[in-house]
Design a protein around this ligand. Structure first.
Ligand code: UDP
Ligand code: MG
Length: 318
């Protein structure tokens, strides 16, 4: 069976790579001899990304562009692409050629075997700093421990999804989206294939440490209450230590003359309890902030312009 393939590419300030990315994707997709559409989502780029995309779209009708009103973030850009995609299968891929487009062929082979999701597992990461590799590795393992959803290790958003998975994802309207987790959450038949993640073709990473931390917190809070429950555990622990402390202090008061020397232990306790309380307030804040974002119910993103979409596709629910 020959499917209609949609490929979704989020792009934020990717001017130096976008043409090369298009060229390689086009080559792979033309070779497959399927009908396809290539959806670029311009996530409020401040460089010449949009101009280049405009040019590409004017020459190739299968290239479509969603232009956001500002930068909404990687996961939202991918979401917009998924929502506007009309393919029987949808492929997500980064714009920086870290994910080899040639792997799409292997994705389709697995899809033909009957899998609904084929994701690429980073068996090796080239060109990234040891800190990025180490933090990513720690993050995926912590996430796995904290959640009940079976989110595959070392897997990004580079994947193929069948229509049933895409339709399920479209029903999920939450704001702080951690797409690789949501895809695991929807279920169906999933399989991973290993690949070597290469270095960026050009330009630099759009994920500085601060964004990486936000993204990790989104992943954890979307799929686990364990950080919240930690306050219960810490509370019990604190109470137990406190109880032992009371016995010790009473003993010292009643049977010795050492009671005046308590400053050190007092300060340790005050600082310790203060620290834990602030930490747990912070955890509460992370969850409450997200609840607040949900109830405000703002649109996930705003589109300034759509290029090469026909009217039916434009009307598709946001
Ligand atoms: N990206 C985006 N919006 C953002 C940040 C990133 O659309 O606010 C895109 C970016 O253009 C790229 C993909 O998301 O196609 C992954 O970003 P990047 O390569 O910078 O992340 P890394 O590979 O370093 O984790
Ligand atoms: Mg990258």
């Amino acid at each position: 069976m020959s499917p209609f393939v949609s490929v979704v590419v989020p792009a934020y300030n990717e001017e130096p790579v976008i043409e090369a990315t298009f060229g390689r994707l086009k080559k792979v997709l033309d070779d497959l001899e399927f009908e396809y559409e290539l959806i670029f989502v311009n996530d409020g780029s401040k460089d010449g990304t949009l101009a280049k995309l405009r040019h590409i779209a004017s020459e190739h009708s299968q290239v479509k562009v969603i232009d956001f009103s500002r930068n909404f973030g990687h996961q939202i850009a991918v979401t917009a692409g998924i929502e506007k995609a009309s393919g029987d299968v949808v492929v997500l891929i980064d714009a920086d050629l870290q994910d080899p487009p040639e792997l799409i062929r292997d994705f389709l082979d697995k899809w033909r075997e009957g899998y609904d999701v084929v994701y690429a597992v980073r068996a090796q990461r080239q060109g990234e700093t040891w800190f990025k590799r180490w933090s990513a590795s720690v993050f995926y393992r912590t996430l796995r421990r904290l959640t009940n959803v079976d989110i595959p290790l070392d897997t990004g958003d580079f994947r193929l999804m069948n229509r049933n998975v895409v339709d399920s994802l479209r029903e999920i309207r939450e704001r702080h989206r951690f797409i690789r987790g949501l895809v695991a959450w929807v279920g169906y038949r999933q399989i991973g294939i290993p690949y070597v993640r290469s270095d960026r073709f050009a330009g630099e990473s759009k994920y500085p440490l601060s964004k990486m931390i936000r993204f990790s917190l989104d992943g954890i809070t979307s799929f686990s209450y364990k950080p919240l429950q930690a306050s219960t555990t810490l509370g019990f622990l604190g109470a137990a230590i406190g109880f032992v402390g009371i016995l010790v202090i009473l003993y010292l008061r009643l049977f010795t003359h050492l009671t005046i020397q308590g400053w050190t232990s007092l300060m340790v306790m005050v600082l310790f309890i203060g620290g834990i309380q602030l930490l747990m307030l912070g955890v509460l804040g992370e969850y409450i902030g997200r609840i607040y974002d949900e109830v405000r119910d703002r649109p996930l993103y705003l589109v300034k312009e759509l290029l090469n979409f026909n009217d039916a596709e434009k009307d598709r629910r946001k």
